[in-house]
Design a binder for this molecule. Sequence first.
Ligand SMILES: C[S@@+](CC[C@H](N)C(=O)[O-])C[C@H]1O[C@@H](n2cnc3c(N)ncnc32)[C@H](O)[C@@H]1O
Length: 280
Amino acid sequence: MVPPKVSTRSKSTPNNKRKTKKSEHSTKESSNNQGGINETSASSAVIPLELHQSLLNIFKTSFTERLNSNFTILLQEIKQHLYNRDFLKAFGQHDYLETYAARWSPSRALGYLEIFNHVSDYIFMTEKQPSEKDSLHRIVCLGGGAGAEIVALAGFLNLFHREVDEGGESLQLKANSKITKHSERRFEVVAVDIADWIPVVESLQTSITTAPPLSKYAPAAVKDANAPLAMPNSFHVTFRQHDILSVDFSELSSLLRDANLVTLMFTLLLTAWSITSSCR
Ligand SMILES: C[S@@+](CC[C@H](N)C(=O)[O-])C[C@H]1O[C@@H](n2cnc3c(N)ncnc32)[C@H](O)[C@@H]1O
């Protein structure tokens, strides 16, 4: 499994306008949009390294116990089941799912954040009127139980909610201004997966919407500025357990009907699981 490469290059927009990158920590687009990235387009935003780190920290916080216990042993067991193509076993128990998510989802989350950022003009292309900015976006992640897409989407939303100061420095440490008053864009994410990822999804949702743990020795300024990656009222995830290759069409269409974005990042090889299961 090759981790996706994380790029900090500036991107071109669908209408071919290339925006200028100021610095790695600058996402400011124009002088009349002080304090934030361009509200209509994040495609030119360079993702700050500290946002990458925040995404990785979500996994660290969510699976601290697992990472500090018998992680390596469980990892070897999962690898063995995957090697044997025994997906029923590989994704069949809670400790395996946590281990899988802690091992493979973090790097993918960074890659998916890059992708969402790159295609953001397409994701938000229906938002033509300013009044529509305060909108709820429904996103369905098929095969998204392991959390990579979920955490990436939280990071993507964070990009719209952060502010930059005049000099282009991120105001990451100013929690009160980190979530701007005009950042009412909200994400309602539905993760659909054949395996029972509920504990993993719930754990990630909690870490995403809770300020990260700090050392009791952290400076007061850092404590004051400590803020969640996404606010609970702007980012919500629900989980639905379905085999999307055999789920009733009416069920699937009701999930997809109002979706602004559907991601489909699951391994077709795992269809073997469905076939094996239905033959038993
Ligand atoms: C290789 S993991 C990828 C996880 C995640 N989407 C990512 O890109 O990091 C494949 C995921 O697809 C799910 N999956 C496989 N076959 C599926 C099916 N028929 N219906 C729903 N989910 C499925 C698995 O349970 C697993 O969570």
